[in-house]
Ligand binder design. Structure first.
Ligand code: PLP
Length: 355
C-alpha cells in the first residue's frame, strides 16, 4: 500500500566507525550497537522513505503513545559469517511475517515487505565487518516499531516509527538453568497478546521472574492461565520435553509464541528420524516421567541461545533434577541447526539467505 514505489533507501554513512573501540571477546549480550541503524516513519496512512544513518538517540514528545499505551513490538534475529566471509540471514521471511502479525494484533500498521527485508539486507551489508567469523559469533538484529504520535488519549496512534538496530554478540551462555513451574502467574491468556512479540509481554514477566530469581531459579516455565496444568514456554523461549526418545512441545496457539527456532528444530528433528509430538504437555505427566526416570531432557529454544538446556525444575516446592546425559538430543539438534545457520552444513530446507 506504500506510495513509495522506488524501493530506495537513503544512506548516510558515519564519518567515524566505533568498531576499533569494541572488544569483540568480552561483549555482553545486547549492549554494544553497530555504527548505523535503519529508520522509517509511518505518517498519514503510509510509510515514508527508509533511511540508514548513524546510530544515535532521537527525541520524542513526552505524550508519545508508546510511553503511555505501550504500542511497541519487536523481532529478534541474527546474521552469521561463514569461513569465506559470506554473511547469512536465517529465515528472515519468518520474522517479517511474525512482525506483521504482531503489528495487526497491536493495531499498528504492517510494515511493507521490502522495507523490512531490503532494509535488513542493506543495513547488514553496511555492517558486515561487525559480523565476526567463528561458531558462536553473531550479529543480533533487533527490528522494532513504536507509536510516536502524541496525545494522552487511549486510542491507537496515527504515527509510527520502524527501526532496525544491531548488536554484535558472543554465544549466549546463561550458566546452569533451573526453572520453577508457574502456579499463579501467567505469561499469556486466550484472547490476549501472548502470541505477539509485544513489549508489554516482557515487562509483565519481570516481576514473577524476579521472585523466581530470589528463590534461586533462573527462569519460569509458564503454564496455561486457566488451569496451570499445561506447560507452555520457558522464560522468553519455547520449551521442549524429552520423554524416552520422543520430544514434546506445546502447539502454537494464542498463548504460545510461534518461534522460528522451535519450528526449525522440529523440522530438523523429524528429518533426523526423531519423533516429535506437538501437543499439550501436562505438569502431571512431566512429574511422573521425572519420578520414573523416563524424563530425559527439558530445553528452551529461541534465537538468542538457540537451545538452552535446563538442569532441573521445581514444582510445589519439590525440586526434580534431570539426568546428565552423554547423548543429549538438545545439543545434537543445536549443533545441526547452528551448522546450517553458519553455512557449514547443507541447508536442505532452503532456510539461509545470503546478504
Ligand atoms: C521470541 C520468542 C520466542 C522464540 O522465538 P524465536 O523466533 O525462536 O527467537 C519464544 N517465546 C517467546 C515468548 C518469544 O518472545
Amino acid at each position: 500500500m506504500s506510495l513509495n514505489n522506488t524501493h530506495e533507501i537513503d544512506i548516510v554513512k558515519t564519518s567515524s566507525s566505533k568498531i576499533n573501540s569494541v572488544d569483540f571477546e568480552t561483549l555482553s549480550f545486547g549492549s554494544t550497537f553497530t555504527d548505523h541503524m535503519l529508520v522509517c516513519d509511518f505518517r498519514e496512512g503510509k510509510w515514508g522513505k527508509p533511511v540508514i544513518k548513524p546510530y544515535e538517540p532521537f527525541l520524542l514528545d513526552p505524550s508519545a503513545k508508546v510511553f503511555h499505551y505501550g504500542q511497541a513490538i519487536f523481532e529478534g534475529m541474527k546474521a552469521y559469517k561463514d569461513d569465506n566471509d559470506e554473511v547469512w540471514l536465517f529465515r528472515p521471511d519468518q520474522n517479517l511475517d511474525r512482525f506483521n502479525k504482531s503489528a495487526v494484533r497491536m493495531a499498528m500498521p504492517e510494515v511493507d515487505d521490502w522495507i523490512f527485508l531490503e532494509g535488513l539486507k542493506q543495513l547488514v551489508d553496511i555492517e558486515r565487518d561487525w559480523v565476526k567469523k567463528g561458531l558462536g559469533n553473531t550479529l543480533y538484529i533487533r527490528p522494532f516499531m513504536i507509536a510516536i504520535g502524541s496525545g494522552v488519549i487511549a486510542a491507537p496512534s496515527t504515527q509510527y516509527r520502524f527501526m532496525i538496530i544491531m548488536s554484535p554478540a558472543k554465544s549466549y551462555y546463561s550458566g546452569e538453568v533451573k526453572v520453577i513451574i508457574a502456579e499463579h502467574f501467567s505469561r499469556a491468556a486466550n484472547g490476549g497478546i501472548g502470541a505477539a512479540k509485544a513489549a508489554g509481554n516482557y515487562s509483565a514477566q519481570f516481576y514473577p521472574t524476579k521472585l523466581a530469581n530470589e528463590k534461586g531459579f533462573q527462569q519460569i516455565i509458564w503454564t496455561d492461565d486457566a488451569t496451570h496444568t499445561k506447560l507452555e514456554e520457558a522464560g522468553t523461549m519455547n520449551v521442549f520435553f524429552r520423554i524416552n526418545d520422543t520430544l514434546f512441545t506445546a502447539p502454537v496457539s494464542e498463548r504460545i509464541l510461534d518461534g522460528v527456532t522451535r519450528k526449525s528444530l522440529i523440522a530438523l528433528a523429524q528429518h533426523e528420524g526423531i519423533k516429535v509430538e506437538e501437543r499439550s504437555v501436562y505438569v502431571d505427566e512431566i512429574i511422573n516421567a521425572a519420578k520414573d526416570g523416563s524424563l530425559k531432557e527439558i530445553f528452551g529454544a529461541g534465537t538468542a541461545a538457540v537451545v538452552n538446556p535446563i538442569v532441573g525444575f521445581s514444582y510445589q516446592d519439590t525440586y526434580y533434577e534431570l539426568p546428565k546425559l552423554e547423548n543429549s538430543i538438545a545439543l545434537q539438534l543445536k549443533d545441526k541447526l547452528t551448522k546450517v545457520q553458519y553455512n557449514m552444513a547443507e541447508d536442505s530446507f532452503g532456510w539461509t539467505v545470503k546478504v
